[in-house]
Design a binder for this molecule. Structure first.
Ligand SMILES: [Zn+2]
Length: 403
């Protein structure tokens, strides 16, 4: 299985040469684009190379490798345009490129380490220092391969190197197992994880809940004002909250995956919330969080970090995960009483988020057994991730009894 990622690195210094190279490169792109446009249909890479190489090299003064990259890039863009034209989703048109990026091939025109990136400019190779963030260092440990990457001029007028990296990782273990972690992304706790043999971990996310409430109140106040300065403040507030939640989500997702890794658990189950509004009535206090990007982001982070460790993520139907008893399977709205879960049938009591996490764990196990019985376990990673478990057993909640 291949894991790919784009790491964005800020160049801490720049020079005129970089601007000049980007500008000429774009000139080349637009020249080649004009040639294809006039042809009224895409041209093959080889043919286009022959048609434009001399002009790119001698007239515009681009390096040989750059000229090749330009042709390949423009070819690709027109091919996808043509595909849209055939589906009547676009018209044949001239594609114009803005002077804000260059595509580089690894080794042929860039090399990189944690301190600098060396790139081809019109005056040959030059080295530019990159901001040395702590988290970036691990991408230079020798385990990652670098592929075609981009130098991009961002809106802040700084250059960033968009380094594309990949590595082969171990396929998730598909031996029969009941070792599963159910993760509930909750209200009281940002996340609760519970293993099949009932080891639990709660992630409160520190001050996250309080801070989000404060932000939410401030936002309401500003929204009702509606003045221009209130709008500006609102934007500022939103950005700050986003940064805060992203940082929290990184910490929580890392914790969940480390928990799985420590207990050598190969599967994490989470709720599939994409179709939630159609399939279930979400409790009012949960709606905000379910619809919010922060919770989607958290699930995304968990999925990504799990994949990095060769841990599989399975999404299950969220129906009744908060109302069903994780011991006896009894479903009743009144089972859930705020922070506590207290079963009206068997009297079982526990933290409501933990009850949810356990239910998700059971569903994940059922889902897995379903796959096994259908002989689908060879299904690729992505297919498994996309499929959604629907409760089909005679038990209306779709749960097996807990123990
Ligand atoms: Zn019960």
């Amino acid at each position: 299985m291949k894991l790919t990622k784009t790491v964005i690195l800020k160049l801490t210094s720049r020079d005129k040469e970089l601007d000049r190279t980007v500008s000429k490169y774009t000139k080349g792109m637009n020249y080649v684009s004009g040639v294809v446009y006039k042809n009224n249909k895409p041209i093959s890479v080889n043919k286009l190379q022959k048609m434009t190489y001399k002009h790119l090299r001698n007239r515009i003064g681009l390096k040989s490798q750059m000229s090749c990259n330009i042709v390949r890039q423009v070819c690709g863009t027109y091919k996808s345009l043509m595909a849209k034209v055939r589906k009547k989703k676009a018209e044949w048109q001239m594609i114009t490129y803005k002077p804000n990026n260059i595509t580089y091939s690894f080794r042929r025109d860039f090399t990189i380490n944690k301190d600098w990136v060396s790139m081809t400019t019109l005056k040959g190779r030059r080295r530019y220092p990159i901001a040395n963030y702590e988290y970036v260092k691990r991408y230079f440990d020798g385990a990652w391969k670098y592929s075609a990457s981009k130098l991009v001029l961002h809106r802040d007028k700084s250059y960033y190197f968009h380094l594309c990296i990949e590595k082969d990782i171990q396929e998730p273990d598909t031996a029969p197992t009941t070792d599963i972690i159910g993760v509930d992304v909750g209200i009281n706790y940002i996340a609760v994880a519970s293993t099949t043999d009932r080891k639990n971990v709660f992630f409160s996310g520190g001050e996250a809940k309080n801070i989000r409430n404060i932000y939410s109140k401030q936002r309401k106040r500003l929204q009702s004002k509606g003045t221009r300065s209130a709008k500006r403040m609102l934007k500022h507030l939103t950005m700050r909250e986003k940064r805060f939640m992203t940082a929290t989500n990184h910490v929580v997702s890392k914790g969940v995956v480390e928990f799985a890794k420590t207990h050598r658990i190969p599967i994490i189950g989470m709720e599939n919330l994409s179709g939630i509004r159609e399939t279930t009535k979400v409790r009012k206090e949960r709606r905000y969080q379910h619809n919010s990007w922060a919770f989607r982001q958290l699930r995304g982070f968990i999925e990504y970090k799990a994949k990095e460790q060769g841990i599989r993520v399975v999404y299950v139907n969220p129906r009744y995960t908060s109302q069903a008893c994780s011991r006896c399977g009894h479903v009743e709205k009144a089972n859930r009483n705020g922070l506590r879960f207290s079963c009206k049938a068997c009297g079982y009591e526990l933290n409501a988020d933990l009850n949810g996490a356990r239910n998700i764990g059971y569903k994940t196990r059922d889902f897995r057994q379903d796959l096994e019985s259908q002989g689908c376990l060879s299904a690729t990673h992505t297919e498994t991730e996309k499929s959604e478990f629907q409760a089909t057993s005679s038990n209306p909640s779709g749960f097996s009894s807990g123990s």
